[in-house]
Design a binder for this molecule. Structure first.
Ligand code: PRP
Length: 212
């Protein structure tokens, strides 16, 4: 029997995702050693392999079949636009993709001004402003700490993830428009889905509900 490989997005989601997998009987004790420097973990009994990758790389590993199954946020799926099957919403990591900025920026948005939008998610931002709002904007790609942009004058607004809203609040910013809801999803490689249908279907079934 061949191994079924999981790619998990490291970062915020990883711990929650690993707990959920454990709770649902898809375990990997080897991965729980806090001192390990290993990158890939194996459960010989269940013939499963697991690895952690940068969130934005998870859809790539799954599209190419280097992982059969990926667990990653909907934000990354929307941004990366890979050919994958999205099979399950895990209901963890719930948050929202928003347009945010200082209160004054609301007027600029309302009057369809040609504003600058800083974001880690240029594809999502472009789709929202161009296709949904029919508003021409300048998208500026950043790689993190996006909230800085309106504070230091790089952009008028940002498109970013809002979870508790604390980061915005502590920096004098607020949600101006909501783009979409986000949560962790299970994605599957399109060939694996056909070749290993039974095992993958079983794993997805297990992830749907607690054991016992
Ligand atoms: C995310 C996001 C916001 C923050 C929102 O950043 O980009 O900055 O979390 O959370 P809150 O609404 O609960 O304050 P993350 O910490 O993942 O890292 P980043 O700043 O490098 O993008």
């Amino acid at each position: 029997m061949r191994y079924i490989t999981f790619a998990l997005a490291k970062g915020r989601l990883a711990k929650q995702a690993m707990e959920l997998l454990k709770e649902r009987g898809v375990t990997c004790p080897e991965m729980e050693d806090p001192d390990t420097r290993k990158l890939i973990f194996t459960n010989e009994e269940l013939k499963l392999k697991f690895f952690l990758a940068k969130a934005s790389d998870v859809p790539t590993y799954v599209e190419y079949g280097a992982a059969d199954i990926g667990i990653v946020g909907r934000d990354t799926i929307l941004e990366e636009r890979r050919n994958l099957y999205e099979v399950l919403d895990l209901g963890i990591g719930r948050c929202r993709m928003c347009v945010a900025g200082p209160a004054e920026a609301a007027e600029l948005l309302k009057h369809h001004q040609r504003i600058r939008v800083a974001t880690k998610y240029p594809v999502i931002a472009k789709d929202y402003f161009y296709n949904r709002k029919h508003q021409t904007v300048e998208i500026i790609k950043l790689n993190g700490s996006v909230e800085l942009a309106p504070i230091v004058g790089l952009a008028e607004v940002i498109v970013d993830i809002v979870e508790t809203g604390t980061t915005l609040k502590e920096n004098g910013l607020q949600v101006l428009e909501e783009i979409c809801g986000l949560s962790a999803k299970v994605v599957v490689n399109q060939v694996s889905m056909k070749m290993e249908n039974q095992r993958i279907a079983q794993l997805i079934q297990a992830l749907k509900r607690p054991q016992g």
